[in-house]
Write a protein that binds this ligand. Structure first.
Ligand code: NAP
Ligand code: G4F
Length: 331
Protein backbone atom coordinates (compact mmCIF):
# COMPACT_ATOMS: atom_id res chain seq x y z
CA UNK A 1 0.00 0.00 0.00
CA UNK A 2 1.31 3.41 -0.95
CA UNK A 3 2.08 5.78 1.90
CA UNK A 4 -0.09 8.89 2.11
CA UNK A 5 1.53 12.31 2.54
CA UNK A 6 -0.20 15.65 3.04
CA UNK A 7 1.70 18.83 2.13
CA UNK A 8 0.57 22.31 3.15
CA UNK A 9 2.19 24.94 0.92
CA UNK A 10 2.40 22.52 -2.04
CA UNK A 11 2.23 25.40 -4.56
CA UNK A 12 5.36 27.01 -3.06
CA UNK A 13 9.04 26.39 -3.83
CA UNK A 14 9.63 23.65 -1.24
CA UNK A 15 6.16 22.10 -1.49
CA UNK A 16 6.59 21.55 -5.22
CA UNK A 17 10.05 19.92 -4.87
CA UNK A 18 8.78 17.77 -2.01
CA UNK A 19 5.80 16.64 -4.10
CA UNK A 20 8.24 15.67 -6.90
CA UNK A 21 10.34 13.67 -4.43
CA UNK A 22 7.45 11.87 -2.71
CA UNK A 23 5.72 10.95 -5.99
CA UNK A 24 9.05 9.58 -7.22
CA UNK A 25 9.19 7.48 -4.03
CA UNK A 26 5.72 6.03 -4.73
CA UNK A 27 3.70 8.08 -2.21
CA UNK A 28 0.15 9.21 -2.74
CA UNK A 29 0.52 12.96 -2.31
CA UNK A 30 -2.23 15.29 -1.15
CA UNK A 31 -1.79 19.04 -1.14
CA UNK A 32 -3.74 21.90 0.39
CA UNK A 33 -4.29 24.78 -2.03
CA UNK A 34 -5.85 28.20 -1.47
CA UNK A 35 -8.57 29.50 -3.68
CA UNK A 36 -7.30 32.48 -5.71
CA UNK A 37 -8.84 34.55 -8.48
CA UNK A 38 -6.27 33.25 -10.95
CA UNK A 39 -4.38 29.95 -10.99
CA UNK A 40 -1.05 29.95 -9.15
CA UNK A 41 0.01 26.35 -9.64
CA UNK A 42 2.86 26.84 -12.10
CA UNK A 43 5.34 24.99 -9.86
CA UNK A 44 3.22 21.82 -9.81
CA UNK A 45 1.76 21.99 -13.33
CA UNK A 46 4.18 19.29 -14.48
CA UNK A 47 2.62 16.95 -11.88
CA UNK A 48 -0.90 17.38 -13.27
CA UNK A 49 -0.58 14.13 -15.21
CA UNK A 50 -0.61 12.52 -11.76
CA UNK A 51 -3.88 14.25 -10.93
CA UNK A 52 -6.22 12.07 -13.02
CA UNK A 53 -6.53 8.51 -14.25
CA UNK A 54 -5.56 5.10 -12.98
CA UNK A 55 -2.04 6.10 -11.90
CA UNK A 56 -3.24 9.13 -9.93
CA UNK A 57 -0.60 10.12 -7.35
CA UNK A 58 -1.53 13.74 -6.63
CA UNK A 59 -4.72 15.11 -5.10
CA UNK A 60 -5.34 18.81 -4.38
CA UNK A 61 -7.81 20.04 -1.74
CA UNK A 62 -9.00 23.56 -1.06
CA UNK A 63 -8.09 24.68 2.42
CA UNK A 64 -6.31 27.32 4.43
CA UNK A 65 -4.21 27.36 7.60
CA UNK A 66 -6.73 29.90 8.92
CA UNK A 67 -9.57 27.34 8.72
CA UNK A 68 -9.36 24.73 11.48
CA UNK A 69 -12.54 22.83 10.65
CA UNK A 70 -11.39 22.11 7.10
CA UNK A 71 -8.06 20.88 8.50
CA UNK A 72 -9.69 18.49 10.98
CA UNK A 73 -12.03 17.14 8.27
CA UNK A 74 -9.21 16.63 5.78
CA UNK A 75 -6.96 14.84 8.26
CA UNK A 76 -9.81 12.57 9.33
CA UNK A 77 -10.70 11.72 5.71
CA UNK A 78 -7.14 11.18 4.47
CA UNK A 79 -5.59 9.47 7.51
CA UNK A 80 -2.12 10.54 6.26
CA UNK A 81 1.08 8.77 7.28
CA UNK A 82 3.12 11.97 6.98
CA UNK A 83 2.22 15.67 7.16
CA UNK A 84 4.63 18.38 6.00
CA UNK A 85 3.60 21.84 7.19
CA UNK A 86 5.28 24.16 4.67
CA UNK A 87 2.53 26.78 4.28
CA UNK A 88 3.45 30.28 5.39
CA UNK A 89 3.45 33.97 4.68
CA UNK A 90 7.16 33.43 4.19
CA UNK A 91 8.47 36.92 3.36
CA UNK A 92 10.36 38.53 6.25
CA UNK A 93 10.04 42.15 5.00
CA UNK A 94 6.32 41.73 4.35
CA UNK A 95 5.82 40.38 7.88
CA UNK A 96 6.55 43.89 9.20
CA UNK A 97 3.62 45.19 7.09
CA UNK A 98 1.17 42.41 8.01
CA UNK A 99 2.35 41.13 11.42
CA UNK A 100 -1.05 39.96 12.64
CA UNK A 101 -1.77 37.92 9.52
CA UNK A 102 1.77 36.49 9.57
CA UNK A 103 1.40 35.45 13.21
CA UNK A 104 -1.99 33.88 12.48
CA UNK A 105 -0.84 31.74 9.54
CA UNK A 106 2.75 30.99 10.53
CA UNK A 107 2.36 30.65 14.31
CA UNK A 108 -1.27 29.85 15.12
CA UNK A 109 -1.62 27.98 11.81
CA UNK A 110 0.94 25.38 12.91
CA UNK A 111 -1.00 25.05 16.17
CA UNK A 112 -4.21 24.48 14.18
CA UNK A 113 -2.65 21.55 12.32
CA UNK A 114 -1.17 20.04 15.47
CA UNK A 115 -4.53 20.32 17.19
CA UNK A 116 -6.27 18.85 14.11
CA UNK A 117 -3.92 15.85 14.37
CA UNK A 118 -5.09 15.25 17.93
CA UNK A 119 -8.79 16.00 17.21
CA UNK A 120 -8.94 13.73 14.15
CA UNK A 121 -7.49 10.83 16.14
CA UNK A 122 -4.46 10.23 13.87
CA UNK A 123 -1.85 11.22 16.48
CA UNK A 124 -0.60 7.68 17.08
CA UNK A 125 0.29 6.89 13.48
CA UNK A 126 1.09 10.21 11.79
CA UNK A 127 4.54 11.77 11.42
CA UNK A 128 4.66 15.59 11.35
CA UNK A 129 7.25 17.95 9.87
CA UNK A 130 7.33 21.65 10.78
CA UNK A 131 9.16 24.11 8.50
CA UNK A 132 11.19 26.07 11.03
CA UNK A 133 13.66 28.71 9.97
CA UNK A 134 17.17 30.01 10.60
CA UNK A 135 15.48 33.42 10.93
CA UNK A 136 14.69 32.27 14.50
CA UNK A 137 18.41 32.77 15.32
CA UNK A 138 18.08 36.42 14.22
CA UNK A 139 20.62 38.41 16.19
CA UNK A 140 22.84 35.38 16.46
CA UNK A 141 24.04 34.26 19.87
CA UNK A 142 26.71 31.85 18.52
CA UNK A 143 28.58 31.19 15.27
CA UNK A 144 27.84 28.83 13.59
CA UNK A 145 24.26 28.15 14.68
CA UNK A 146 23.26 24.64 15.78
CA UNK A 147 20.09 22.98 17.14
CA UNK A 148 21.04 24.21 20.63
CA UNK A 149 21.91 27.83 19.82
CA UNK A 150 19.55 30.20 21.71
CA UNK A 151 17.02 32.04 19.55
CA UNK A 152 16.73 35.83 19.14
CA UNK A 153 14.04 36.56 16.51
CA UNK A 154 14.19 39.90 14.67
CA UNK A 155 10.88 40.07 12.75
CA UNK A 156 7.19 39.22 13.20
CA UNK A 157 7.85 36.30 10.82
CA UNK A 158 10.65 34.93 13.00
CA UNK A 159 8.60 35.37 16.19
CA UNK A 160 5.73 33.44 14.59
CA UNK A 161 8.10 30.68 13.41
CA UNK A 162 9.39 30.41 16.96
CA UNK A 163 5.86 29.85 18.23
CA UNK A 164 5.34 27.09 15.66
CA UNK A 165 8.72 25.57 16.56
CA UNK A 166 7.94 25.38 20.28
CA UNK A 167 4.39 24.13 19.64
CA UNK A 168 5.88 21.27 17.61
CA UNK A 169 8.19 20.36 20.51
CA UNK A 170 5.37 20.81 23.01
CA UNK A 171 2.99 18.48 21.14
CA UNK A 172 5.80 15.92 20.79
CA UNK A 173 6.37 15.98 24.54
CA UNK A 174 2.71 16.31 25.57
CA UNK A 175 1.12 13.73 23.25
CA UNK A 176 4.10 11.56 22.30
CA UNK A 177 3.62 12.74 18.70
CA UNK A 178 6.27 11.91 16.10
CA UNK A 179 6.93 15.58 15.30
CA UNK A 180 10.13 17.07 13.85
CA UNK A 181 11.22 20.62 13.35
CA UNK A 182 13.61 21.28 10.49
CA UNK A 183 15.57 24.48 11.11
CA UNK A 184 16.40 25.26 7.51
CA UNK A 185 18.80 27.97 6.42
CA UNK A 186 18.01 29.90 3.23
CA UNK A 187 17.51 27.61 0.27
CA UNK A 188 16.92 28.77 -3.25
CA UNK A 189 16.24 27.44 -6.75
CA UNK A 190 14.78 28.41 -10.10
CA UNK A 191 11.38 27.96 -8.37
CA UNK A 192 12.21 30.52 -5.66
CA UNK A 193 9.64 33.30 -5.23
CA UNK A 194 10.56 36.31 -7.37
CA UNK A 195 10.67 38.79 -4.48
CA UNK A 196 13.39 36.99 -2.49
CA UNK A 197 16.79 38.52 -3.05
CA UNK A 198 18.52 35.65 -4.92
CA UNK A 199 15.77 35.17 -7.48
CA UNK A 200 15.25 38.91 -7.82
CA UNK A 201 18.95 39.11 -8.75
CA UNK A 202 19.02 36.15 -11.16
CA UNK A 203 15.89 37.30 -13.02
CA UNK A 204 17.29 40.82 -13.29
CA UNK A 205 20.68 39.58 -14.54
CA UNK A 206 18.96 37.55 -17.26
CA UNK A 207 16.73 40.46 -18.27
CA UNK A 208 19.62 42.95 -18.29
CA UNK A 209 21.66 40.61 -20.51
CA UNK A 210 18.68 40.37 -22.87
CA UNK A 211 18.38 44.18 -22.97
CA UNK A 212 14.96 44.10 -21.30
CA UNK A 213 15.92 45.85 -18.05
CA UNK A 214 18.56 48.39 -17.08
CA UNK A 215 18.57 48.78 -13.30
CA UNK A 216 18.00 46.56 -10.28
CA UNK A 217 16.86 48.16 -7.01
CA UNK A 218 18.03 46.47 -3.82
CA UNK A 219 18.27 47.23 -0.08
CA UNK A 220 20.97 46.04 2.33
CA UNK A 221 23.86 44.35 0.46
CA UNK A 222 25.94 43.62 3.57
CA UNK A 223 23.90 40.91 5.26
CA UNK A 224 25.28 37.37 5.07
CA UNK A 225 23.29 34.26 4.34
CA UNK A 226 23.94 30.51 4.23
CA UNK A 227 22.38 29.64 0.87
CA UNK A 228 21.71 26.06 -0.25
CA UNK A 229 19.71 24.35 -3.02
CA UNK A 230 16.02 23.73 -2.21
CA UNK A 231 15.86 20.46 -4.13
CA UNK A 232 18.45 18.97 -1.74
CA UNK A 233 16.75 20.35 1.38
CA UNK A 234 13.40 18.59 0.78
CA UNK A 235 15.29 15.27 0.86
CA UNK A 236 16.42 16.26 4.37
CA UNK A 237 12.79 16.94 5.40
CA UNK A 238 11.76 13.48 4.24
CA UNK A 239 14.69 11.82 6.03
CA UNK A 240 13.67 13.49 9.32
CA UNK A 241 10.37 11.59 9.17
CA UNK A 242 12.03 8.20 8.50
CA UNK A 243 14.01 7.94 11.76
CA UNK A 244 13.21 5.76 14.79
CA UNK A 245 12.83 8.79 17.04
CA UNK A 246 11.69 12.31 16.12
CA UNK A 247 14.10 15.22 16.53
CA UNK A 248 15.02 18.72 15.38
CA UNK A 249 17.67 19.27 12.74
CA UNK A 250 19.58 22.15 11.14
CA UNK A 251 19.95 21.93 7.35
CA UNK A 252 22.58 24.34 6.00
CA UNK A 253 25.79 24.50 3.95
CA UNK A 254 28.06 25.86 6.71
CA UNK A 255 29.18 28.63 4.32
CA UNK A 256 28.09 32.26 4.43
CA UNK A 257 28.16 34.97 1.77
CA UNK A 258 27.02 38.57 1.43
CA UNK A 259 24.42 39.75 -1.06
CA UNK A 260 27.36 41.37 -2.89
CA UNK A 261 28.98 37.92 -3.28
CA UNK A 262 25.74 36.55 -4.76
CA UNK A 263 25.59 39.53 -7.14
CA UNK A 264 29.17 38.80 -8.23
CA UNK A 265 28.36 35.14 -8.87
CA UNK A 266 25.11 35.82 -10.77
CA UNK A 267 26.23 38.75 -12.94
CA UNK A 268 29.66 37.33 -13.79
CA UNK A 269 27.89 34.23 -15.18
CA UNK A 270 26.66 36.56 -17.95
CA UNK A 271 29.86 38.63 -18.17
CA UNK A 272 28.09 41.59 -16.59
CA UNK A 273 29.29 43.92 -13.83
CA UNK A 274 26.50 44.43 -11.26
CA UNK A 275 28.01 47.78 -10.16
CA UNK A 276 26.77 49.18 -13.50
CA UNK A 277 23.16 48.23 -12.74
CA UNK A 278 22.38 47.96 -9.00
CA UNK A 279 20.74 50.95 -7.33
CA UNK A 280 19.82 51.44 -3.69
CA UNK A 281 16.18 51.75 -2.54
CA UNK A 282 15.79 52.45 1.16
CA UNK A 283 12.21 51.12 1.10
CA UNK A 284 13.75 47.66 0.80
CA UNK A 285 15.50 47.94 4.16
CA UNK A 286 13.94 46.19 7.18
CA UNK A 287 13.15 47.78 10.57
CA UNK A 288 15.46 45.17 12.08
CA UNK A 289 17.95 43.13 10.04
CA UNK A 290 19.47 39.69 10.46
CA UNK A 291 23.15 40.39 9.71
CA UNK A 292 24.72 36.95 9.69
CA UNK A 293 23.50 33.38 9.32
CA UNK A 294 25.70 30.30 9.05
CA UNK A 295 24.49 26.86 10.04
CA UNK A 296 26.21 23.75 11.36
CA UNK A 297 24.56 20.67 9.82
CA UNK A 298 26.69 18.11 11.71
CA UNK A 299 23.68 16.50 13.45
CA UNK A 300 21.83 16.03 10.14
CA UNK A 301 24.96 14.51 8.60
CA UNK A 302 25.48 12.16 11.54
CA UNK A 303 21.89 11.02 12.10
CA UNK A 304 20.23 11.46 8.70
CA UNK A 305 23.22 10.96 6.40
CA UNK A 306 22.24 14.30 4.82
CA UNK A 307 24.80 16.66 3.27
CA UNK A 308 24.41 19.64 0.92
CA UNK A 309 25.97 19.23 -2.53
CA UNK A 310 25.42 22.64 -4.13
CA UNK A 311 27.19 25.75 -2.80
CA UNK A 312 26.49 29.43 -3.48
CA UNK A 313 28.47 29.91 -6.73
CA UNK A 314 26.95 26.83 -8.42
CA UNK A 315 23.51 27.74 -7.08
CA UNK A 316 23.67 31.27 -8.50
CA UNK A 317 24.81 29.88 -11.84
CA UNK A 318 22.05 27.30 -12.12
CA UNK A 319 19.45 29.94 -11.23
CA UNK A 320 20.80 32.43 -13.79
CA UNK A 321 20.89 29.70 -16.45
CA UNK A 322 17.27 28.75 -15.71
CA UNK A 323 16.08 32.37 -15.84
CA UNK A 324 17.94 32.93 -19.09
CA UNK A 325 16.41 29.82 -20.63
CA UNK A 326 12.91 30.84 -19.44
CA UNK A 327 13.37 34.29 -20.97
CA UNK A 328 14.44 32.92 -24.32
CA UNK A 329 11.64 30.34 -24.26
CA UNK A 330 13.99 27.34 -24.27
CA UNK A 331 13.08 25.87 -20.88
P1 NAP B 1 6.86 29.87 -0.43
O1 NAP B 1 7.43 29.58 -1.78
O2 NAP B 1 6.55 31.26 -0.05
O3 NAP B 1 5.52 28.97 -0.31
C1 NAP B 1 4.60 29.18 0.72
C2 NAP B 1 3.40 28.29 0.50
O4 NAP B 1 2.47 28.51 1.57
C3 NAP B 1 2.62 28.54 -0.81
O5 NAP B 1 2.18 27.31 -1.32
C4 NAP B 1 1.44 29.37 -0.33
O6 NAP B 1 0.30 29.26 -1.16
C5 NAP B 1 1.16 28.69 1.00
N1 NAP B 1 0.35 29.50 1.90
C6 NAP B 1 0.53 30.80 2.27
N2 NAP B 1 -0.44 31.18 3.11
C7 NAP B 1 -1.27 30.13 3.28
C8 NAP B 1 -2.46 29.91 4.01
N3 NAP B 1 -3.04 30.90 4.72
N4 NAP B 1 -3.04 28.69 3.97
C9 NAP B 1 -2.51 27.70 3.21
N5 NAP B 1 -1.39 27.85 2.46
C10 NAP B 1 -0.77 29.05 2.51
O7 NAP B 1 7.81 29.27 0.70
P2 NAP B 1 9.02 28.22 0.58
O8 NAP B 1 10.28 28.96 0.26
O9 NAP B 1 8.60 27.07 -0.27
O10 NAP B 1 9.17 27.77 2.10
C11 NAP B 1 8.41 26.67 2.61
C12 NAP B 1 8.32 26.80 4.12
O11 NAP B 1 9.62 26.76 4.68
C13 NAP B 1 7.69 28.09 4.62
O12 NAP B 1 6.99 27.79 5.81
C14 NAP B 1 8.88 28.98 4.94
O13 NAP B 1 8.53 29.93 5.90
C15 NAP B 1 9.85 27.94 5.45
N6 NAP B 1 11.28 28.24 5.28
C16 NAP B 1 11.75 28.59 4.05
C17 NAP B 1 13.11 28.79 3.88
C18 NAP B 1 13.68 29.16 2.53
O14 NAP B 1 14.83 29.61 2.49
N7 NAP B 1 12.95 28.94 1.43
C19 NAP B 1 13.98 28.65 4.97
C20 NAP B 1 13.44 28.27 6.20
C21 NAP B 1 12.09 28.04 6.35
P3 NAP B 1 0.05 30.26 -2.42
O15 NAP B 1 0.85 29.67 -3.54
O16 NAP B 1 -1.41 30.19 -2.59
O17 NAP B 1 0.57 31.61 -2.01
O1 G4F C 1 15.94 36.83 0.26
P1 G4F C 1 15.45 37.41 1.53
O2 G4F C 1 14.15 38.12 1.50
O3 G4F C 1 15.48 36.23 2.58
P2 G4F C 1 15.42 36.20 4.20
O4 G4F C 1 14.93 37.47 4.74
O5 G4F C 1 16.76 35.72 4.64
O6 G4F C 1 14.31 35.09 4.46
C1 G4F C 1 14.28 33.86 3.73
O7 G4F C 1 15.06 32.91 4.39
C2 G4F C 1 14.58 32.53 5.69
C3 G4F C 1 15.56 31.51 6.26
O8 G4F C 1 16.57 32.17 6.96
C4 G4F C 1 13.18 31.97 5.54
F1 G4F C 1 12.72 31.56 6.76
C5 G4F C 1 12.26 33.01 4.95
O9 G4F C 1 10.97 32.44 4.75
C6 G4F C 1 12.82 33.44 3.59
O10 G4F C 1 12.75 32.34 2.72
O11 G4F C 1 16.53 38.45 2.09
C7 G4F C 1 17.88 38.08 2.30
C8 G4F C 1 18.70 39.32 2.59
C9 G4F C 1 18.14 40.22 3.71
O12 G4F C 1 19.20 40.61 4.54
C10 G4F C 1 17.58 41.44 2.98
O13 G4F C 1 17.63 42.63 3.74
O14 G4F C 1 18.73 40.15 1.41
C11 G4F C 1 18.53 41.51 1.80
N1 G4F C 1 17.99 42.24 0.65
C12 G4F C 1 18.61 43.31 0.06
N2 G4F C 1 17.85 43.77 -0.94
C13 G4F C 1 16.82 42.05 0.04
C14 G4F C 1 16.73 43.00 -0.96
N3 G4F C 1 15.85 41.11 0.25
C15 G4F C 1 14.77 41.15 -0.56
N4 G4F C 1 13.80 40.21 -0.40
N5 G4F C 1 14.62 42.08 -1.56
C16 G4F C 1 15.57 43.04 -1.80
O15 G4F C 1 15.43 43.86 -2.70
Amino acid sequence: MAKIALITGITGQDGSYLADLLIEKGYHVHGIVRRSSSMNRARIDHLQRHEHGADQRLWLHYGDLADSVSLVKLLYQLQPDEIYNLAAQSHVRVSFDIPEYTADIVGVGAGRILEAIIESGIGKKVRFYQASSSEMFGKVQAVPQTETTPFYPRSPYACAKLMAHWLTINYRESYNLYACSGILFNHESPRRGESFVTRKITIAAARIKAGRQKDLYLGNLDSKRDWGYAKEYVEGMWRMLQQEQPGDYVLATNETHTIRDFLDAAFSRLNLDWHDHVKFDERLLRPAEVDLLIGDYAKAKRELGWEPQTRMQALAELMVDADRAALSGTS
